[in-house]
Design a protein around this ligand. Structure first.
Ligand SMILES: [Fe+2]
Ligand SMILES: [Fe+2]
Length: 127
């Protein structure tokens, strides 16, 4: 029982840290006066953080024999592609529209967290 809830705690801690990274981008956007050149490295760092989180989560899913693991992996790939598309817009423009950026990142985050709910239920049922 303990091991299962511990694993979910790890996932939750990573979700909280990803949310903090999103909030930092908002602050950075304000401080840099919406400079795309300043925000691009932060956006690429966010890609790396999401990649790490997704692969960690997928290792936990594999260890728990989660039946939806393959579909979930595909969804993670879609989310990464969406995030990369957000970053690549910054390579083409000098400034970013912060409301648009924030909405895109928040929507992506909500989607990423939302689809984890069935996995949480699965882990709870196993415990
Ligand atoms: Fe997650
Ligand atoms: Fe996930």
């Amino acid at each position: 029982m303990g091991a299962v809830s511990l694993r979910w705690d790890e996932i939750e801690a990573e979700h909280a840290s990803l949310l903090n990274a999103l909030l930092r981008i908002r602050v950075l956007a304000a401080e840099s006066k919406l400079s795309a050149a300043v925000l691009l490295p932060a956006c690429l760092d966010l890609v790396r953080r999401f990649e790490e989180h997704f692969s960690h989560e997928e290792r936990i899913m594999a260890a728990a024999a989660y039946p939806e693991a393959v579909a979930h992996h595909r969804h993670h790939q879609v989310l990464l592609a969406r995030l990369l598309a957000i970053c690549s817009r910054m390579t083409k423009e000098e400034t970013v529209e912060i409301e648009q950026l924030q909405l895109a990142l928040q929507t992506l985050f909500d989607d990423a967290i939302g689809v984890d709910a069935p996995f949480r239920e699965f882990l709870e049922q196993k415990s």
